[in-house]
Design a protein around this ligand. Structure first.
Ligand SMILES: [Zn+2]
Length: 141
C-alpha cells in the first residue's frame, strides 16, 4: 500500500508544501495521515528567518535507540549540518551582535556572522532562549 502525504519542516513543524509518497505503511487510512518529516531541508519560512541573523538550532547526536532506524537520506548532511545530528527542539535567531555569540566564539565557533547556523544541544538552546533577545524563533513539535 502506498500513500501520498504532506511533508512538514523538521525545524518548525509547519507543512512544507511538498508531498511524499510512502510505501512503507500498512493499515493506515489516508484521512489519519499527519504531515511527515522526510528530510532535514528547512522550509522557506525557516530559511528566511535564519538569514536574518545567526540561527541557533537544536540538534542531538543521532542515536539508534532514541531515534530508531532513520534512513541515511534523513540524516543532516554537510549542506545544512554536521553529519550524525538530528534536529530537535526548534531554533532561535540571534542578532549577530548578541553577547551570547561572544561565548560561542570563545568556544571556538568561527562563523558567528549573519546567516551562520550553529547547532547546539536542545538543553543549551533552551537556556539561551531564556536569556536572549531574539530576532526570530521557531518551535518544533
Ligand atoms: Zn520550518
Amino acid at each position: 500500500m502506498s500513500i501520498v502525504t504532506m511533508t512538514k519542516c523538521a525545524y518548525c513543524g509547519e507543512p512544507r508544501g511538498d508531498i511524499a509518497i510512502r510505501t512503507d505503511l500498512k493499515d493506515v487510512y489516508p484521512d489519519t495521515m499527519q504531515p511527515i518529516i522526510v528530510d532535514f531541508v528547512p522550509c522557506e519560512k525557516c530559511k528566511k528567518a535564519w538569514a536574518e541573523g545567526v540561527a541557533i538550532i537544536g540538534a542531538r547526536a543521532y542515536d539508534k535507540n532514541l531515534h530508531g532506524k532513520i534512513p541515511k537520506s534523513m540524516r543532516l548532511t554537510s549542506s545544512n549540518a554536521p553529519d550524525g545530528l538530528v534536529p530537535d527542539g526548534g531554533y532561535l535567531v540571534l542578532d549577530p551582535q548578541s553577547n551570547i555569540l561572544k561565548h560561542f566564539q570563545e568556544l571556538g565557533v568561527k562563523n558567528t556572522s549573519k546567516g551562520a547556523r550553529i547547532f547546539v544541544d536542545p538543553e543549551i538552546l533552551f537556556e539561551i532562549s531564556r536569556n536572549a533577545t531574539r530576532v526570530n524563533s521557531g518551535d518544533s513539535d
